[in-house]
Structure formats: structure tokens, C-alpha cells
Design a protein around this ligand. Sequence first.
Ligand SMILES: Cc1cc2nc3c(=O)[nH]c(=O)nc-3n(C[C@H](O)[C@H](O)[C@H](O)COP(=O)(O)O)c2cc1C
Length: 314
Amino acid sequence: MSKNQVCELLKIRYPIIQGAMTNVTDVGLVSAVSNAGGLGIYAPGIENIDLEYVRKQIRLIRAATPNSFGVNIMLASAFAAQLVDLVCEEKVPVVTTGAGNPAPYMAQFKQAGITVVPVVPSKEAAVKMQAIGVEMVIAEGMESGGYIGRISTMTLIPQVVDAVKIPVIAAGGIADGRGMAAVFMLGAQGIQMGTRFLTTKECAIPEHCKAALLNAQSKDAVVLGERIGVAARLRVLRTPITEEIQAYESQKDASDAVFNKSVADARGNPYEGGLDKVLLGTGQIVALVNDTDSVKTVIERISMQFNAIQEVPI
Ligand SMILES: Cc1cc2nc3c(=O)[nH]c(=O)nc-3n(C[C@H](O)[C@H](O)[C@H](O)COP(=O)(O)O)c2cc1C
């Protein structure tokens, strides 16, 4: 994988990115991924961001790995501009963006030497991002955990690859070397995974969450906001609170305001208190996540599986 453009641009050994995961990605997980040769991404989240806490996490990650890493900025956050200032001050190597257009900040990012990699749900968004000068995009299919678009990875990746000249990283529904080889066949040059990393040894979510994920099937990765609510839909692990929210959502007189408030309230509930009331982003590929191996084992196994498939002639 030495000539891989994603590896060259991001200065990493494997073109494997650990996607930002609000309330999940901490110093331990991010540095484990970067130390294993992938790219770990830290997610400060959207609401109630303590900027000095984020600065401290960035410094701790830097101290825990000599390798490249990234920070995710959700541009819809009220803290977006302050986070941009912060990552520029801290000279974070890579920034992934979501939920908005990074155009107003591109000059500032470039000045700080930051590689900007937007997450996009469509070819139209990818074309826009190429036009503002980003070096690559992450195209995320709707199988993924967290906020989702409406196009599946299988259909999205070749469209984006055809629409832009910059390298494309595929996200959504990938958890092993077969998935990685499949998206490379569609023209991607890297992968971003979230769900696969949730059960790894270094991921700090409580054991009861990992146990639920190990037992979960694709049907348990449910979508909130299909009918009403904020523009973005959220794919999470089925729990009593998601069933309650979905039941409300399907009522004829359900209101956006009440729905949005229940989602926001549930998002604030800590994972430690049991699964009843939490929203844990989870993608459909959770069905293939069946171990609690270390990040290094997961990344090296994916690379081996990928290489074995590439060597098999058709
Ligand atoms: C628990 C969880 C939280 C997430 N939070 C964010 C986030 O804060 N910002 C973001 O850009 N993407 C977020 N994502 C999306 C991931 O970064 C990644 O693109 C996605 O998980 C890839 O699909 P997969 O889950 O099928 O691997 C989240 C995903 C999960 C599972």
C-alpha cells in the first residue's frame, strides 16, 4: 500500500481511519489507532464543548503518539469557529469536518498547515468540497453509525469517485478486509470505520455496551428522525429509549420540537448508567463485529485480509 495517495497525504502507514465518534473517541483510542499505523480522530462533539478540555486532549494525544492524528469539527456546532481557532493554534495535522461547509475556514486551515478532509453524503457535496480546495473527501454511506445521509456506500462511492479528481475514502458498512477490498474496487483509496472500533480493547465505552454490540444484528442499528426532527437522521443501537422515541415519532401529531428534545436529552445520558436511556451510534455492520481484539490486531488483520484478496486473480 506504499503508493497509496491517502497514505501519502495523511502520512500514515495504512489507509485506515478511525472515524470521529462523539462521546467515544478519547486519547486512548485515538492514539492506539495512530500508533498502529492508521489515523485516529478525536471528536469534541457538537454541544457543551469545553474548549480547554479539548485542547488538553489534543496535547495528550500528541504525547501518546509520534504519528499523525486528527480532530473532527461538526460545523453546525455553535463552537465551530472557536474549535477552528483551537486546532489551528495547536497545529493538529488533520481535521475532518461534518454537518456543514468548511469554506469560510479554508484559508485559516491552510495557513496552519492542516489537511482538511470533509465527510460527504453525496457526489454533489463532494464536488463542492473539491472546488474549495480540499485534498480528499470521506464519502459516507447511510449504513454507518451516527448521523447519516440517504445513499448507501455501494452506490455512493463509485458516483463520488467519478465526480471528483481527489482521493476518496469510503465510510459506512466496512469492518474487515473484504469490505475494504470491495470499496477499493469501487475506486476508493482508503476506509473510515466507526462501529468496528467500538468493541476494541482500547475503546473506553463500558463493557455492557460492548456486550450489547457483540450481540447486535443489523436490524438493531435503528434510525431516529426518519419521519420528523432535525434534517439529519441518526443511526443508533436499539435500546428502550430508541423504541420510545420511535414510537413517538410515528404518532400522527408528533412535533419536531418534542422529538428533537428527546434526542438531545438522551444524547446527554452517560453510557455508564446502563443501556436503557442511551443513544449509542451503531452502524449496520455491527453484525460482523464479534470480538474485542486490540486496535493493532484489528488493523493488521484487515490489512492482511485485504492483501490476500488483492493477490487472488479473477
Ligand atoms: C458512536 C458513533 C459516534 C459518531 N460520532 C461522529 C461524530 O461526532 N462526527 C462525525 O463526523 N462522525 C461521527 N460518526 C461517524 C463515524 O465517524 C464513521 O464515519 C462511521 O461510523 C462509519 O460507518 P460505520 O459505523 O459503518 O463504520 C459516529 C459514529 C459512531 C458509531
